[in-house]
Ligand binder design. Sequence first.
Ligand code: 26V
Length: 853
Amino acid sequence: MPEIEQPVGTTLPADETPNTDTRSFGPASTPTHPLATAPVGMPSHSVDGFVREFLHELNTNQGVTLSRSSVNDQYLALASTVKNYLMARWLETGRKTREAKAKTIGYLSAEYLLGRQLGNALLATDLNEVASKGLELCGLDLATLRAQEVEPGLGNGGLGRLAACFIDSLATMDVPCIGYGIRYEYGIFRQTFVDGRQVEQPDTWLALGSPWEFPHPEASVQVNFGGHTEKATGADGKERTRWVPAWNVLGVPYNYMVPGYLNGRVNTLRLWSAQATKAFDLQIFNSGDYAQAVRAQTFAENISKVLYPEDSTPQGKELRLQQQYFFVACSLRDFIDNELEEDFDLHNLPERITYQLNDTHPVIAVPELMRLLIDEHDFAWDEAWEVTRHCFNYTCHTLLPEALEVWPTELLGRLLPRHLEIIYQINEEFLDDVREAFPGDEIRARRMSMIAEHPERGVRMAYLATVAASKVNGVAELHSQLLRDKVLPDFSELWPDKFTNVTNGVTPRRFVKLANPRLSDLISDAIGSGWVTDLERLKELEPYADDPEFKEKFREVKAANKTRLTTLLKARDGIELPDGHLLDVMVKRLHEYKRQSLKLLHIVSLYEQVTSGKLSASDLTPRTVVFGAKAAPGYKIAKDTIYLINKVAAKVNAAPELEGRLKVAFPANYNVTLAEELIPAADLSEQISLAGMEASGTGNMKLALNGALTIGTDDGANVEIRRLVGDKHFFLFGMNEPQVAELSAKGYDPGSYYQSNEQLRSALDLILSGHFSDGDQHQFDSVVFNLLNEDRFMALADFQSYIDAQAKVEERYADQEAWTRSAILNVARTGYFSSDRAMRDYLQRIWHTTPMI
Ligand code: 26V
């Protein structure tokens, strides 16, 4: 055991002046020392070895001895220690992939909602026990150090978290993948409540150090913007276009390890950070305008400064288009310049990389690749298009028309003039094909144009993506069907084979093994541990649903997870969770289509009935409703709904009649870290969007896999969850999509439901009376009048059906044996929703490649 109060011995490194300006890949002459090409060795997996490594990191990286170290020092040293264990595997993965010239998945996503890294890295390296024991010997507690980590919240919600699950699965399945994205200096805002209202605080995730990233300024890439294009005829007599940009920035890559689970593979996530270019700076500095030069720097750095927190309405913001082009331009350059051999023939690019477009956010990559090939590599148009259309696939994640991105041509032309020209030409050639396929059908050709004329001229990015992609997929069966039939019907008629479905999945490593160790142990004791990488094996749990001993243990696990959550929420938010309640969980972004308002009407109705004496509190199933939700800062109704939930919670929680019977908890700042605590404790999962609106939902999968039963509509992946777990173990309610369409066509009148449903009316009237707003009868007009007059997402129409389904929930919960049986069957039958399976589907149906082993 090393002496822990003494700094470990060090040898001084040779004086090496870092060369940051020139790019070099390896030494100039062939290295002769045998160790020069071998990856570093891996530290020992023994407790002693771990402690030595940890103390070394504490001394050399943090510059402190253990006795003088802060928790943050200890956390940073621990992170470095774990990185050391991953390093050899990371280097080896790179070598192996380069040598095999294997096809790489280039996952292009503007968002990655990664969650904390430390726990996952310990899991992937099987170091949990060793680290825990080693730290104990140092008088430290692993859980405390883990809690020190601020998660990188570089995403809004489902789409960003899906990207994180996918890269986890690809690494675990030994598939070469580079995730490309943006290193936002500020991720999704930190939500606080001030008098019940959401107030956003900047997310300073980098403030205490960022031990998981590896900056590579020497590999920076220049990205151009603005200016104009020129035509010039070359010596060969060919006319070429030259883009003369007006300004540029540097993209600095930051690499992150993406470790596979116990398999030795470590893929890379490469996030780009924007910096001012030296030339740009110098020019202005030399002109003597120092203040202007500093402003220019800020201007460049703004590009990767902050994640846009809107997740439904693209606002055509110039900075957002800059972000999109910035990361995509860096990423394409990076692969072509760094990952391919010098003499690589770019005609064969589709054999080496397939780019997955995570929604339309990276679609500007399509004209960028065309530009690179034509303007910089001298390809003819047709040759370039042939390569480009084989390099891209597109996943759509929404059905809401207002979420589809359309970039004004004025803006695109100003920022990326050459790209707009290329888009026009792609569109022209595409429309020629349409006219050929449907002669005389000019109306159809206009409908299918990538250029929208109203309300202003703009590029429909989803159309561009669909035309360029080899495959287009939705994210759940119903969604893919609606995508074909309602969003892109003309395209699916033209190219029926282009469209496919890949139902989403979630990683069982983070969302079961890491988040729910008790359930994981129970499962592994019963069926072995193979389920962690082969989740369909959870099926083997089915017989245990009738095993009294297993059921008892399953209930104990749930109870222990609730206790863990209670402790956390007390410390984190001062929230007290009562014992023995049904834990009813609704966690997701706040959006009208997700219908948090419907859940709220249920709560208000229970409150109204009990406080008015219509219902005895003793007839209620003791229940705690937990909300977790952020609203986009500019989305008024969503923010007002948060305020209303908090106001209702205050009344419900203070009502003596409801004491011990109904409680509403709304911890602020729902994020991946909180999800990992909440989901394992949940009994009931609320998935209550209007049918046809939720593309997939992935929270629903995490909750089911952790033994929560779903109350849900026939929407998104709920459809498939219900089919797999069986009707008896899923509380279905509400209209299905065709019924919604029918009601819409007929003309929906929310007022008629208010008039005819007494229970609903009483709940709405209570809100309107000012009861939850200290007598102010107009406080919640935006929410309530919206429901009464427009109710775009038909909450009132589904209200009664929802209430009836909740009664069935209570009935089942009263029979704990039956409930536990259903809960176990939910776990046993939802192995399909592993992101490993989703990745397998992409590999077979879209990417046409196989794992390396
Ligand atoms: C959309 C937009 C629109 C422009 C402004 C910025 C911005 C940022 C993010 C988004 C993404 C919205 C789409 C999204 O998150 N979709 C969700 O994707 C999940 C994964 O496929 C799926 O489970 C959810 O049902 C779906 O809502």
